[in-house]
Design a binder for this molecule. Structure first.
Ligand code: PMP
Length: 438
């Protein structure tokens, strides 16, 4: 039976965590802060839990330079839960804005006692003609998110502004040029704008990462602004992010951040009450639009400091420990310090793959290669060769390298807790295998 230090784990999530954090975690499970009870036993409303929450938020805000006009929420939904939460919230917010505008304009026109009905009729028309949710589909997770949106509000309201498969022979692995995207025109472009524009910053299964924030989504003026929602589940806290460009960033913790159980949402405060009221659930029902469960309701979670219902405080604690150790390690460099290491490790793996193209073939195009999930085939996807590669790797304690079941192949996940030494061991094995020495 191998010990922990004999194994290098490259799983895509749940993913490795720093051994130092896990050692401390095992202690806190038995006795937290000399309280005589473990961390999973304390109340989520205790002062200790409140401090864990506050410290974790501070560490995240420090690492990513999150501006003050953003709120940080913790939920149990998983990344998939946020596929739905995003739709519930942004559609409700869109409807309320339209309702207010309709009410003001119709009120100005006539002092009509049938105002409410008129507003409703107009809203019904606007929903039908103008409610659009833009999705950029670059991999299986953004595809799933767009399918969830279509399930909730109807496919007629979902504009797949870009489907990477369409310009790449039906395959994922490239991001089409921005001028080919069919985004819903903004006000400045003669349109009415989308209720949201959604992207997945790093596609875990397909190994595709946006190299940077797409300039097509940059606002030139307030009338041009897009409400950009980004799923950063698999590249959270691995590189610098200009948070102010996003309306919402979300991600599950179980890759770069911590244990499975919490999902983090960074949301611009101007999208939450009291700045932005949401539509009355009765109105949404009358308009045949969905009303989400309360546990996914961002305003409710925000109002209750993420403690509307029982939050798994242990998972928040682990995330906090991971983030605080990065703050300490990188000092004033903050997340740029982690980015340097992540880039260097990814580069080592890609360089090795590129040096042996007859044996290894990287799946995505060079322009969009993920730094986090490195997807490749062995000898063109030959089943026996890939089996042998994985078996040889396992013998050397290199685990978790099997590609996602939907695509096969090999995937080396290069998350923050994967050490440089582990990557060096992996590339050493890849060299040996390519030269036939394994
Ligand atoms: N988005 C991305 C990019 C993911 O990688 C995953 C899970 N691997 C999800 C969403 C779904 O997350 P969860 O399983 O927490 O619902």
């Amino acid at each position: 039976m191998p010990s922990r230090d004999q194994v290098s784990y490259f799983g895509a999530g749940p993913a490795p965590l720093p051994t130092s954090v896990l050692e401390k975690a095992s202690q806190t499970l038995l006795n937290y802060n000399d309280m005589g009870i473990g961390i999973t036993e304390i109340s989520h409303r205790s002062p200790e839990a409140n401090k864990i929450l506050a410290d974790t938020k501070t560490a995240l805000a420090t690492l990513l330079d999150i501006p003050d006009d953003y709120d940080i929420l913790f939920l149990q939904s998983g990344g998939s839960g946020q596929f739905s939460a995003v739709v519930y919230h942004m559609v409700s917010s869109w409807v309320e804005k339209r309702r207010k505008r309709a009410e003001q304009e119709i009120k100005a026109e006539a002092s009509d006692r049938a105002l409410e009905q008129k507003v409703f009729d107009r809203l019904q028309k606007e929903v039908k003609e103008e409610l659009r949710l833009d999705y950029l589909v670059t991999g299986s997770w953004s595809l799933k998110a767009s399918q969830e949106a279509a399930r909730l509000v109807g496919a007629e309201h979902v504009n797949v502004a870009m489907d990477a498969r369409k310009t790449n022979d039906g395959k994922l692995g490239k991001i089409p040029a921005e001028n080919e995207w069919k985004l819903t025109p903004t006000k400045n472009q003669g349109g009415t704008g989308a209720a949201l524009t959604y992207l997945c910053d790093n596609e875990t299964v397909d190994g595709v990462e946006f190299p940077s924030f797409p300039s097509a989504l940059d606002a030139q003026s307030p009338d041009d602004e897009r409400l950009v929602i980004a799923d950063m589940s698999s590249n959270f806290i691995s590189r610098k992010v200009d948070v102010s460009k996003y309306a919402v960033i979300f991600g599950g913790a179980q890759k770069n951040i911590g244990t499975t159980g919490i999902t983090i949402v960074i949301v611009r405060k101007s999208l939450l009450p009291p700045h932005a009221p949401l539509a009355d659930p009765r109105l949404l029902r009358d308009l045949k639009l969905p009303v989400g469960p309360i546990v996914l309701d961002w305003p409710t979670i925000a109002k209750n400091n993420s403690l509307y219902n029982t939050l798994p405080i242990f998972d928040v604690w682990v995330a906090g420990q991971v983030m605080q150790s990065l703050v300490k390690l990188y000092g004033s460099k903050k997340i740029a310090g982690q980015q340097d290491i992540s880039d260097r490790k990814a580069q080592l793996i890609y360089e090795t793959l590129d040096a042996h193209r007859e044996v290894y073939q990287v799946v995505p195009d060079k322009s969009v290669r993920s730094r986090m999930n490195i997807c490749f085939r062995v000898r063109g996807g030959d089943a026996d060769a890939e089996k042998a590669f994985l078996a040889g790797a396992a013998e050397k304690g290199l685990l978790g390298l099997k590609g996602h079941r939907s695509v096969g192949g090999i995937r080396a996940s290069n998350y923050n807790a994967v050490t440089l030494e582990a990557v060096q061991k992996l590339v050493g094995y890849m060299e040996d295998y390519a030269k036939g020495g394994s």
